[in-house]
Design a protein around this ligand. Structure first.
Ligand code: GLA
Length: 672
């Protein structure tokens, strides 16, 4: 496992570097990310490159046993570039040009910018591409910009021509006869600003995705052309950020990484695990946590410090969900610059800050782990998948219908109770292959393509349990309504044996009676409710609405479609249940799909997560006490008393005692 920080040697005199590296070593660090904003230091004037300083820093890191991830600096173009080539600067929605100096002020689609980006990357590759001291490259930093220039408008039109082939096709998919939107020339099509035609809005998101994929491709190609094959390429994404389709953009990368910040308040493992799961799902492989906060940030409403011990839990929580590396941002703040007050490991005085001691403890935990196993050979393996789709999020967010309807919150509504029940989940693309799962949930997958439909239907045929959540299956790939009611795809309608007769944005909560496992209970549907209509005699209604608006009263809220010969079935959930009822629902789903929790007992605030070693019966069990009080975990009957906590080298011996924010990592054999 790799452990380290983002370090900016260009901010400091070279005479300081040895001390920084000594402190990194004594915190147990073995990796460092450098150079991702250092363009003006590497190319101070156009065509004049200075890499000796970087070579020297890399050399010092390497000779101290610290591997290097080299960042390409394109998130922060130098002033000479933007000054001489204003066409590289991004245009905002209101037509103003972005200002130099706040980074990410470039237009990723600008051909001029791509030319300069290619040039600096090629120069870096020429100098460092054959350097075994480098293990990988990070391209740019947190892609996020959308450009609204006329040039981008023309590119968008060319993109549409490429994708749709004819204006007839485009007009038909977008229903442009509506409000006289019909286009007779590609040049008439605008970049949507604010609410617009749903087809146009979705297409512009796809275009923004293409822009980032192309921008990235320029750098990927330059690196692959000259770098050692052992050098991997990554980009650091931003969790739920939806500026582009991450499944598409991550295709060209070897490795996905992300930057996890809490900002204000404290970390809540029930809702953060799913963001790691989302990131792991982008390429369906382990990821790097390329940045995380050393105590506090500087950009939130209240930049409070994490509690002492909390960062250690966060570190192991990330690892438990598939992180193979963890890097703090940043090592030390520059004296100037916009992020002076951000958390760091080293203070303005050059000495360790209080947080450094916790970082060093994590470093010694990781050293203990590394000395006993190769973490990267293990990964979380789960029976439950929650589907995720950028198209659906964009579609719904543009037409929430109830302003509180947040598609990410709906996904979380399933993820949270599973986390509380110690059931691991994968979050995968709505188009992903589903062969390995027992239970698949499609929460608010409004845009449901034929590919998804075929995959879901095959999954059910094989005996899987498929849950179609609210708003799922309402629209086609062009964001047009499907001509049948939800689930609007024919195979799914048949398997579900039910349809959504009507959807209701709610001004108040609607009562729901559940009859899931033979017992009845009462709950509420909040924000949204769908009135289900059974279409098949074999369809069972397992929840109904109580008296509410007249329309929903007594109607079906949850149905179970006919069960096929392999035990496969489709459950349609039309209610957005309150937390308790949702907990019951997920428990019942786990039960009918024969899902075993990672750990049988629920202990409030204590996480149990697992990673499995490939082709082996061995697993790592992570037990993380996310609370501020000590917890005892009774392992009798569940674990061999001789099982050793890798972090302390102590056997668990019946009761595992965890102090506040304490962690245990156990290697267990599930074949025994
Ligand atoms: C982002 C950036 C970093 C830094 C941190 C501060 O994640 O990638 O360069 O600005 O935020 O929290």
């Amino acid at each position: 496992m790799y452990y380290g920080a983002a370090w900016y040697p260009e901010h400091w005199p070279a005479a300081r570097w040895d001390e920084d590296i000594r402190l990194m070593r004594s915190a147990g660090m073995n990796v460092c990310r450098i150079a991702e904003f250092a363009w003006s230091t590497m190319e101070p004037t156009e065509g004049y490159y200075t890499f000796d300083w970087l070579e020297c820093a890399i050399d010092k890191l390497h000779s101290n046993g610290i591997a290097v991830v080299l960042g390409t600096p394109t998130a922060a173009p130098p002033a000479w570039l933007t000054h001489h080539h204003p066409d590289t600067i991004a245009t905002e929605q209101d037509g103003r040009l972005a200002q130099h100096g706040n980074r990410c002020h470039y237009n990723p689609g600008s051909i001029t910018y791509q030319k300069y980006a290619r040039r600096i990357v090629e120069q870096m590759v020429k100098r460092f591409g054959h350097d075994p001291r480098i293990i990988g490259w990070q391209i740019d930093n947190e892609y996020n910009r959308v450009d609204y220039s006329e040039d981008t408008g023309r590119r968008f039109q060319a993109y549409l021509k490429d994708v749709y082939g004819s204006l007839d096709a485009l007009n038909s998919h977008w229903s442009t006869a509506y409000w006289s939107q019909s286009y007779s020339d590609w040049r008439e099509i605008p970049i949507p600003i604010g609410p617009h035609n749903p087809g146009l809005m979705l297409a512009f998101r796809h275009f923004a995705t293409r822009v980032w994929a192309d921008f990235q491709r320029v750098q990927v190609d330059s690196i692959r052309a000259g770098a050692l094959s052992s050098h991997w390429i990554t980009h650091n994404f931003m969790g739920w950020f939806d500026g582009f389709d991450h499944y598409v953009v991550s295709k060209d990368l070897d490795l996905v990484s992300w930057d996890w910040y809490v900002g204000s308040g404290h970390h809540d493992y029930l809702s953060t695990g799913v963001v790691h799961d989302l990131t792991r799902g982008l390429k369906r492989q382990n990821f790097w946590l390329m940045e995380t906060q050393p105590g506090c940030v500087n950009w939130s409403q209240n930049n409070n410090m994490l509690n002492k011990g909390e960062a250690r839990c966060m570190a192991w929580h990330a690892v438990a969900h598939g992180a193979d590396a963890l890097l703090y941002w940043q090592w030390r703040s520059a004296y100037g610059g916009q992020e002076q007050l951000h958390g760091s490991l080293i203070g303005a005085d050059g000495a360790p800050r209080p947080f450094y001691s916790e970082a060093a403890q994590i470093g010694s935990d990781i050293a203990a782990l590394n000395s006993s196993l190769d973490l990267s050979k293990s990964t979380p393996v789960n029976d439950v998948a929650i589907l995720h789709s950028y198209d659906s999020r964009w579609s719904i967010n543009a037409q929430r219908h109830n302003k509180s309807f947040d598609p990410v919150a709906v996904l979380n509504q399933y993820a949270r109770p599973f986390a509380a029940q110690n059931i691991g989940i994968d979050v995968v693309s709505a188009e992903a292959a589903l062969e390995t799962y027992k239970l698949v949930i499609a929460p608010a997958i409004a845009v449901l393509t034929e590919t998804s439909e075929a995959e879901m239907a095959a999954f059910v045929e094989r005996g899987g349990t498929l849950v179609l959540g609210v708003r799922t299956g309402q629209k086609d790939a062009y964001n047009a309504l499907l001509p049948a009611l939800q689930p609007g795809r024919p195979l799914l309608r048949k398997l579900a044996g039910a349809e959504v007769a009507e959807y209701y944005a709610l001004d108040d909560s609607a009562p729901v009676s559940l009859n899931l496992a033979g017992t009845t209970s009462e709950g509420e549907s909040k924000i949204w409710a769908e009135l289900l209509r059974p279409l098949d005699d074999a369809t069972k209604v397992v929840a109904t609405y109580g008296e509410f608006n007249g329309w929903l009263d007594g109607g079906a809220a949850i149905t179970v479609g006919p069960t096929n010969a392999n035990g496969g079935k489709v459950i349609v959930v039309g209610a957005l249940l309150d937390d308790d009822a949702q907990g019951e629902l997920t428990e019942w789903l786990a039960q009918i799909a024969s899902i075993e929790p990672v750990w049988p007992d629920h202990i409030e605030g204590v996480e149990f997560s697992r990673r499995r070693f490939k082709d082996s019966d061995e697993e790592l069990l992570f037990i993380i006490n996310h609370t501020r009080s000590a917890q005892d975990v009774n392992t009798a009957g569940s674990l061999d008393p001789a099982t050793v906590n890798i972090l302390t080298q102590q056997p668990v011996q019946g009761t595992l005692h965890l102090e506040a924010y304490d962690v245990a990592v156990l290697k267990i054999n599930i074949g025994v």
